[in-house]
Design a binder for this molecule. Structure first.
Ligand code: FE2
Ligand code: FE2
Length: 280
């Protein structure tokens, strides 16, 4: 006998359900605001600032590109696991945002470097960090780790890049990215609020254990920003580059104000995870 996955139509009780209805009616179609690429003038910046900006944009491009695969896998797991249609839909939309982000960041890296930049995706990290999302517990973990925590951090960091940037192209780029990442984080938290009522105590504990490992290393992983050498600080800043001190402040602030309280509210013991974090 063949095993059949039977899926009934349903929507979540979160605001994503309404958004989904509007999307189906074509009300959410939006044309991304164009980035004024041709305004970029490399000649205005010293080489050390351009190198840092290239590195930032290239690393972002790698992460954005890997996120296409990640959210595609999440979408597959949600679809085949019979999740509410609005949640599946939201995940599919995120993948296409990440593709656009990857292209934007690659283009920015090329403008800053003045040459060709290729994406560098760590195969081993993908294999270990993106487990097969056909298992519901893994889908939960991926959403909590990458959408809830990861996208909330990304939104905070990119918002700070945006706030500092004086360069027109960098400003437009970070404005576009930060706005989308806020929506991606929201997807994560809505998903969690939908799932929280379904988790058994052992399931929640298993997720908390996996999540704890990640939350405890976030600070040390993001400890170093991109510090410009003397004389290039303001140029690096104008390009949206974050120095180490600023980056640490942003991470600490968003963890304490948003992520840890939200994890506490879901019953994951976020405060305890954060208190037990590895010191950089
Ligand atoms: Fe992104
Ligand atoms: Fe994202």
């Amino acid at each position: 006998m063949r095993e059949v996955i039977s899926i009934a139509h349903w929507l979540s009780e979160t605001p994503l359900a309404r958004q989904h209805d509007r999307a189906l009616r074509g009300e959410l179609l939006r044309v991304p605001k164009p980035i004024p690429w041709n305004l970029f003038d490399r000649g205005r910046y010293p080489a050390p600032a351009l190198e840092l900006a290239t590195d930032l944009a290239a690393k972002l491009a790698n992460g954005e590109y890997a996120s296409i695969a990640l959210f595609t896998q999440i979408a597959a797991g949600l679809a085949l696991g019979g999740a509410p249609f609005d949640l599946v839909h939201a995940a599919t939309r995120i993948s296409s945002d990440e593709l656009r982000h990857a292209e934007y960041c690659l283009r920015m890296a090329e403008l800053c470097s003045g040459g060709q930049v290729t994406l560098q995706i760590d195969r081993e990290a993908l294999e270990t960090n993106v487990p097969n999302a056909m298992i519901r517990e893994d889908v939960d973990f991926l959403v909590l780790k990458y959408a809830c925590v990861g996208e909330t951090l990304a939104a905070a960091l990119l918002t700070e890049c945006r706030r500092r940037a004086r360069d027109k192209v960098a400003k437009a780029l970070f404005t576009s990215l930060a706005g989308d990442e806020v929506g991606h984080a929201r997807f994560g938290w809505y998903y969690a609020s939908h799932r929280v009522k379904e988790w058994t105590i052992p399931e929640r504990q298993a997720l908390a254990d996996r999540l704890g490992e990640f939350v405890q290393t976030v600070e040390s992983a993001l400890w170093l920003g991109r510090d410009a050498p003397a004389g290039s600080e303001s140029a690096a800043r104008a390009l949206g580059v974050l120095d180490s001190e600023t980056q640490r402040d942003v991470v600490n602030d968003v963890m304490k104000r948003e992520i840890v309280p939200a994890l506490d509210a879901l019953g994951f013991g976020g405060s305890a995870m954060w208190a037990a974090r590895a010191r950089a």
